[in-house]
Design a protein around this ligand. Sequence first.
Ligand code: NCD
Length: 525
Amino acid sequence: MSGRKGPFKGRTVAVVDDLSLDEQRYLYRKARELKEELRSGGEGRAFRVDDRDYAAYLVFMEDSTRTKESFRNAAKFCGCRTDVFDTATSSFNKNESIVDTMKMLYGYSDESCYVIRSKLEGVCRALDDALGRYAELTGRAKPAFINAGDGKHEHPTQEFLDEFSFLEQLGWRDERIHLALTGDLYHGRTAHSKADGLRVFKEAKVDLVAPELLGMPEHYVDKMRDNGYEVTCFESLDEYLASGQVAPIWYFTRLQLERMGESVLEKSKLLREAVTFRKDMLGKLPEGTRFYHPLPRDRLSPTNPTFLDELPLNGWDGQSANGYWTRIVLIGMVSGLLGADFEGEPKAERRFEDDFVAEAAPERRVKPEYKVGIRPVEEGIVIDHVSSGQPIGEIWGHVDAIRRMLKLDVRGSHGVYHNNQGTYKGIISLPDVTSFGGRELKKLAAIAPGCTLNLIRGHQVAKKYRLSMPPRIYNFDEISCKNPSCVSHPSHLEGIAPEFTRKGESVFVCRYCEREHRYREIWDV
Ligand code: NCD
């Protein structure tokens, strides 16, 4: 093992938010130091890992030029062993799971990081979980996984170089940014990562310029607003320029035709026109405007055409070079080399309270509906208030789902009854069941939040528990993420166990791809 012990050692960066704001600021500060040092003839010694036993694997399962090359050059600068894993001829094509492949690579070096680009959304989170457990089991250093773009999800390292470029442009002042985001905001992961990345500015005003079909997905717009940004939407550059409130920093993105369905492709010419900059628009820009683009741009019909290349507007060439500095620093951080001079809030781990069961005061009497056939329950369990207030059909569905999912193939009865509010609720009476394990309880809370569990002893309700929606739903066979691009989607056979965390009342977010689901959507029954 190396002696490197920096606080970021082995940290996975699957999304921007995997680094706290202070950690992101640290990355920008170090990248600035490095750039200035090298530009003034220095060697950047403090940024070189200089360890041939530290391996940086580049695993690119989707095309890439800039991200791959800047990481390759960054790893070389750092003095790590750099391996480019050839996915075209690997055993992925023999149905090997990605976890197995990574375990194999992990076996070849003492300490390592993996830079991964994939169509599978959430792949770095899934690998971090699986290899993290494996590292613990084998008593070895935990590897770091760096997301170099996962499907339509996020592209955190592009975000770091983008924010670095914006800060540089603004003279390192982070009070406020006014940014126009335009192009394919629907498919563009670099645009999605802005929902968290722009938080580095104390104030952000974001103008989203895209026709509806290329519009920013709703949950990213919500996230931007939750993060306090002022967000305004426009359908085209013409509409935007006519608004009179034009941003001095523009971020263009390419139309990602390779990700579009047939119906959108047919309209691509019109869509492209709405977000392509024309010569006659030049006069409508505020003084000193800068254009950025993650690149590549389409050489046949770029949204930021070549007539702009030699104007002072061109920020994208310098932006792409900034990928080198920010990625050297990121490798330095996750390898444990950098970080001794970090000050501020580290990323807090999210903790989940298992507070979904609350003991309630039992009414002593047993309600007349608590019965099996015509006999009241003497001893046993009664599940009451199932889906109270919901449409009758749904209540029956939930009653049935509870029976099947908890495998309650025992004597009992169930029904739909009036509740006190003049609507309906489901009841399941189980005279032969005398206890419920923690896992069953959790499952019950997850299927029928709001229900109560009554323990009946000698014709009386001895104990009563009110179950609410758990903060996390996982470890059940009957749930799955419904995003076909998610690494945990059953169609990929990657064996990644689905997991959802609750957001607000009843929205559940996939642990891997972060797709939001309505509560009922996560269940397969
Ligand atoms: C982007 C990507 O791959 O998400 N490019 C990049 O990483 N520099 C944007 C794109 O492909 O259009």
